[in-house]
Design a protein around this ligand. Structure first.
Ligand code: FES
Length: 184
């Protein structure tokens, strides 16, 4: 199973996630490269009109369906998000999140079933425990902990998902670009 690919030489970002087939086969997304301009000239211009790129890890059974519902119901939400479907949030390793940030995502949202509703009994609870550790690791790694957010959204809660995305984009806009890609 390939989870990440290394960035191409000269390209700042090329994140690929490929999950082993769950229902419809592999799920793959790529974040396109940011500008390769030098960091010094970038940081000022990036602030102006900065549109963050958010990676959202969604569990297949609740939040992914919730995201789908938000889309089919034409709910308003920013187009800054690339969704990566995982079978359960319990599958999300801390390294997935760190790698996404190191390869240029400005923020990472994790969205899964409500506690008690996980289709694998306690995957979301395990993720929640890991998430506490992740928050302290983020600060150590030089990322603002607010760049990563955890939310619960069921398959019927397209509105919750859409609101979560909107808030996430607002939060990351205030933080500015990812410190790695802005050269801080
Ligand atoms: S199946 Fe959704 S969080 Fe586990």
């Amino acid at each position: 199973m390939k989870i990440f690919s290394e960035p191409e030489a000269g390209s700042l970002i090329a994140v690929e996630y490929e999950a082993e087939s769950f229902n419809g086969g592999p799920c793959l997304t790529t974040i396109t490269p940011k500008s390769t301009a030098p960091a010094k000239t970038k940081s000022k211009s990036k602030k102006k009109g900065f549109e963050p790129r958010i990676v959202a890890f969604c569990c297949n059974w609740c939040s992914y369906a919730g995201a789908d519902l938000a889309g089919t119901s034409r709910m308003q939400m920013p187009p800054n998000v690339r969704i990566i479907r995982v079978n359960c949030t319990g599958r999300i390793d801390i390294s997935f999140i760190l790698k996404a940030l190191y390869q240029g995502a400005d923020g990472v949202l994790i969205s899964g079933c409500h506690p008690g509703d996980c289709h694998y009994t306690s995957g979301n609870l395990k993720l929640r425990s890991r998430f506490v550790l992740l928050k302290s690791l983020l600060a150590e790694a030089g990322f603002e902990p607010e760049r990563v957010h955890l939310q619960w959204a069921s398959a019927a809660e397209g509105d919750v998902f859409a609101r979560g995305i909107t808030k996430m984009v607002e939060r990351v806009k205030k933080l500015g670009p990812n410190p790695v890609t802005r050269g801080a």
